[in-house]
Design a protein around this ligand. Structure first.
Ligand SMILES: Cc1cc2nc3c(=O)[nH]c(=O)nc-3n(C[C@H](O)[C@H](O)[C@H](O)COP(=O)(O)OP(=O)(O)OC[C@H]3O[C@@H](n4cnc5c(N)ncnc54)[C@H](O)[C@@H]3O)c2cc1C
Length: 434
């Protein structure tokens, strides 16, 4: 096996990060196999290659492509062989946290001085795309850590908070979570009831958050709560603080390899230095969500590409009526429409990445991309499931897992309809939320 360990060092101090790049294609396949057990064996190998009909790769730098290759190789080695088993058992592989840290998947756009990658937003998007190509739950772990925990600490935190938390979160020594949603306030976070009172030398935090990715294992929670004047602030709660518990949510049919839970605060004493001083109001958590939604727009296309790639291979291999099913017009129509949507989304993501790099991307642009890309990924997963026939409902292929995962992705970080209303507001200037 020909593996090259890369230490990328950008001149001018822009970036330092470790990526592993494998140059050989050590897996080969036999598409012609008519043998069922051989076909099953083939399905277990991760043979993914991304489609690129419009040569979007020409718009990427060599560094972008190298980063993508490195993450893809990691996913093929560390996620693909195990993910079906983790998902079937509803198991969160905690050891992946350290591995993501070593890879540089946490906080890729956070400056190197705080342990981040110092990369641009297209690199960040490609990392999310490749990880979600493996599994949306794995991408959720990475994007919560980077966009929803490290980002607010970097953007709104004090220098002391940045130095204390960011390097440990970047390396995967600590896992973080983001607590915004409450049992009675999901799409409308401004109604939150979680609150804190100023007790002189500390704050007293009370309330509960629900549907929190990573919470059962998290060392650190960025929690959004109202002060005595009803203004929203971010606070950092550390595991082990008396009165702070993180019960796990069981019975999910979606994101089964991701750990989800609650955050319960029963008179938790929060040191005053744990309040994020840089920004208050609902705009603060919404800025974090913009960053995470951007990553989801890329990630969803990863899942869509995996479904398309699996369906294309299966259609070439599966014989019915004496021919590969790929030779039937109805199957070709499904594949052609999948590729069309993926291609449009690749171009959309690239343009949005450029706008993010220039600091010009708007909430409406990010909403459009998240909404569009997750919806098309869901539709592609359903079409790919049909192409796989009965095999499509099994864990032999990634399709059903992606489809079930995407049902969460279309809901979290703003539901499909909430993003439509954000766009409606952009177009008309009239908010239709209430
Ligand atoms: C697996 C998973 C992980 C999650 N991780 C996190 C996390 O890490 N941190 C976190 O804070 N949250 C997290 N969430 C929560 C997620 O962001 C919320 O589920 C989402 O915002 C929707 O809130 P809700 O479930 O309360 O649904 P509701 O807000 O009750 O919405 C129910 C339905 O009503 C519709 N609706 C609501 N208001 C309107 C309106 N004004 N007009 C039209 N339709 C409307 C919605 O579109 C939706 O279809 C996660 C959720 C899931 C499922």
């Amino acid at each position: 096996m020909n593996c090259i360990r890369w230490n990328l060092i950008y001149q001018k101090g822009l970036f330092y990060g470790k990526f592993e790049y494998r140059t050989d294609n050590h897996i080969c396949m036999d598409l012609q196999s008519q043998n069922a057990s051989k076909a099953r064996k083939i399905s277990k190998q991760d043979l993914f290659e991304h489609p690129d009909l419009y040569k979007v790769d020409d718009l990427l730098s060599e560094e972008h492509k190298l980063i993508r290759s490195s993450i893809r190789d990691f996913v093929k080695r560390e996620i693909s062989p195990y993910i079906e088993d983790w998902a079937q058992r509803s198991h969160f592989p905690y050891e992946i946290v350290k591995k993501f840290g070593n890879l540089g998947a946490f906080g890729p756009t956070i400056p190197v001085a705080y342990g981040g990658g110092g990369l641009d937003y297209i690199s960040y998007g490609l990392i999310m795309q490749e990880i979600e190509r493996g599994d949306s739950g794995m991408r959720s772990t990475a994007s919560v850590q980077g966009s929803l925990v490290m980002y607010p600490i970097y953007k709104f935190g004090s220098e002391q908070q940045r130095k204390k938390y960011l390097p440990k979160l970047a390396s995967g020594e600590w896992l973080g979570c983001f607590g915004l949603t409450e049992p009675d306030h999901g799409s409308n976070p401004s109604g939150m009831v979680t609150n804190f009172k100023d007790k002189g030398d500390h704050y007293l935090l009370n309330g509960a958050k629900m549907w929190i990715s990573n919470s059962p294992k998290a060392d650190v929670a960025v929690v959004w709560a109202k002060d005595e004047n009803g203004r929203i602030h971010g606070l950092i709660a550390d595991r082990g603080m008396p009165g702070f518990t993180t019960p796990e949510t069981h019975g999910k049919w979606s994101l089964r390899a991701s750990s989800t839970g609650e955050l319960v605060f029963d008179n938790v004493k929060i040191p005053k230095e744990n309040l994020l001083p840089g920004k208050s109001g609902l705009g603060a958590p919404l800025m974090c969500l913009d960053s995470a939604r951007y990553g989801i727009a890329w990630g969803a296309i990863g899942a869509a590409m995996d479904c398309y790639d699996a369906a294309r291979r299966y259609a070439a291999d599966r014989i019915q009526f004496g021919k590969p099913i790929a030779s039937f017009q109805l199957v070709q129509k499904k594949l052609a429409e999948m590729l069309t949507e993926i291609t449009k989304a690749q171009l959309l993501n690239w343009r949005l990445g450029v706008l993010m790099n220039e600091g010009k991307a708007t909430t409406a642009q990010i909403s459009l991309a998240k909404r569009n890309n997750v919806q098309l990924a869901l539709e592609i997963s359903r079409e790919a499931r049909q192409i796989h026939g009965g095999m499509g409902i099994t864990g032999e292929y990634p399709i059903m897992r992606h489809m079930m995962n995407l049902e969460s992705v279309v809901t979290y970080e703003g539901t499909h309809d909430i993003h439509l209303l954000i766009l409606g507001n952009e177009i008309t200037g009239i908010p239709a939320f209430v």
